[in-house]
Each structure stands twice: as C-alpha cells, then as structure tokens.
Design a protein around this ligand. Structure first.
Ligand SMILES: Nc1ncnc2c1ncn2[C@@H]1O[C@H](COP(=O)(O)OP(=O)(O)OP(=O)(O)O)[C@@H](O)[C@H]1O
Length: 258
C-alpha cells in the first residue's frame, strides 16, 4: 500500500511559489529522505504534507486526498526543525500534547492517553526526565522529547524535519536507529529531510533530491547520491564509496587538493 503520494505538488508562501510540481510515492513502512541544498524546498514539502500550507497538485495520504485537519493530525505526525516549545511545560505535559488530535472537544486526557505517553517515554528512554521542564533539557534530550510527542500521536506517517539537528554523532545515530526500529516494528512510514547524506543513504530506502523546488532525482540512495549530483546541485566535491559492509558513504573532499 502507498502511504503517501505526491502528484505534481506545488506549494509556497503567499504569492511566492517554492515547490514546483514534485512527485513521489512512499510505500507503507518505507523511509523517504528528502535532500538538497539550503533553500531547495525540503521543509516546505513537509509543511505542505502536514497541511500547514496550501497545496497545488495532489497529496494522497493512505490513498485519500482532502483529509480533514482532524483526520490528518491523527495519521500524520510532524516534527518541525525548530518546534516552538511552550515555556514551563514538563516533558510529560509536552508529550501529552501529542494526544490532542484524539481528544474530544473540551475532553481531558484519559487513562489510555496517559498510559500511551508513559509507554512512549519508556521506549525513548525519557522516563527519568518525565518531570523535567522542556527548557531544561539538552539538545539531544529535547529532540527525543519532540519525537516522543509525535509518537504519542500514534501517527502512521512521520514527517521529520532534520531530526538530527544539533545532535552529536552518537545521539544522532541512536535517534535514527530508534526511528528505524519503530518503522520495522510498527510499520510506520517515515519522510525526513536530512542534510547528512551518509545517514540518508544508510537509513532511507528512497531519496528525493530537490533543487530550486524541483525534484531533480529520485530513487535508491546509490542512484541519487552520486559525486556528479553532489557537484552539480550542492556545488560540493565529495567521494561516494561503498564500505566493506556494503553501506554507501559520502565523504567531502577538499576542492583542488590531491
Ligand atoms: N515563511 C516563509 N515565507 C516566505 N518564504 C519562505 C518562508 N519559509 C521559507 N521560505 C523560502 O522558501 C524557500 C525554501 O525554503 P525551505 O525552508 O523549504 O528550504 P529547505 O530546503 O528546507 O532549506 P534548508 O536546508 O536551509 O533548511 C527558501 O527560498 C526560503 O527562503
């Protein structure tokens, strides 16, 4: 089954078009990495799929278009690059916000909502920080809490905008492993933007390369992430090689140095 179809997606801000006819298909349980240089339109695509910007063309989530905001917020979990964090909220209260789409009008959270939050906190190794204020967490802890809020939503499609921003190598890897585990265990579909192209190649099964709001390449990582594409679209010099373990690695090289 296809979890997300973008058909000639157009989007932008006011009368400023940014995304010009992007198409992609993400099967249920798949991981699509959206890559491309700064300003290519990666975040704009995610915001549009999340229903935060008007879309031209078609966006089908689980085969359905024009989902109500309520339905969309039950199926789609969106973690922005820079989420605004309400001041003074504890980790538990923040993660509970993920249950909002499931609450009736004026309804308070139920025991089930609280137990889902507890389970997610345990899974993300956040139980000990449950009572800590969000603004008193380290960058890595905060990223995990943001992911916890999205998971508490029980969404089947995760839109993650640069989930590893600000994380050191170990924490970035741990977070991506966790997302990958959820994908395998729960069949969740992931669409994420990623600047680290080695990570994109390791975790995603499909890569969509954007440039200037256009999809310039799409396919398996090895087909999209070539040295020629990095030179052309990023203006970067890099070696792309396959490690002994069969993983693709993107290594920037100093321009002009031998
Ligand atoms: N709120 C906004 N209003 C107007 N233009 C915007 C707004 N947000 C982004 N843009 C513009 O849209 C274009 C695409 O931005 P977007 O954030 O989608 O790029 P990106 O590929 O995610 O970039 P980055 O890698 O730097 O995060 C850029 O030219 C940007 O200046």
């Amino acid at each position: 089954m296809t979890a997300l179809s973008l058909r000639a997606l157009r989007s932008g801000y006011g009368d400023c078009p940014v995304v010009h006819g992007v198409s992609a298909e993400v099967p249920a349980g798949g991981w699509l990495a959206i890559v491309g240089p700064n300003g290519a339109g990666k975040s704009t695509v995610l915001k549009t799929v999340a229903g935060l910007l008007p879309a031209g063309g078609e966006v089908l989530v689980d085969g359905r278009s024009r989902l109500s905001r309520k339905d969309l917020s039950r199926i789609v979990g969106y973690a922005p690059q820079d989420p605004s964090l309400p001041v003074g909220l504890t980790v538990t209260d923040y993660v509970l916000l993920g249950r909002t789409p499931h609450l009736g009008l004026l309804a308070r959270e139920s025991r089930r909502d609280l137990s889902i939050v507890e389970e997610v906190l345990t899974r993300l190794d956040l139980s000990e920080l449950a009572g800590r204020r969000m603004d008193m967490l380290s960058g890595g802890e905060r990223q995990r809490a943001v992911l916890a809020r999205v998971l508490a939503q029980r969404a089947s499609l995760l839109l993650l905008d640069e989930p590893t921003t600000g994380l050191d190598l170990g924490h970035a890897q741990a977070l991506l492993e966790l997302i990958d585990r959820l994908r395998r265990e729960d069949g969740i579909t992931v669409v994420s933007t990623l600047h680290d192209l080695t990570f994109a190649a390791q975790y995603a099964d499909q890569v969509l390369l954007l440039d200037g709001g256009h999809a310039v390449a799409t396919g398996p990582p090895a087909e999209v992430l070539t040295a020629a594409a990095l030179a052309r679209y990023y203006g970067a010099t890099a070696e792309v090689s396959t490690t002994e373990r069969g993983e693709l690695a993107v290594l920037p090289t100093r321009p002009g140095k031998k």
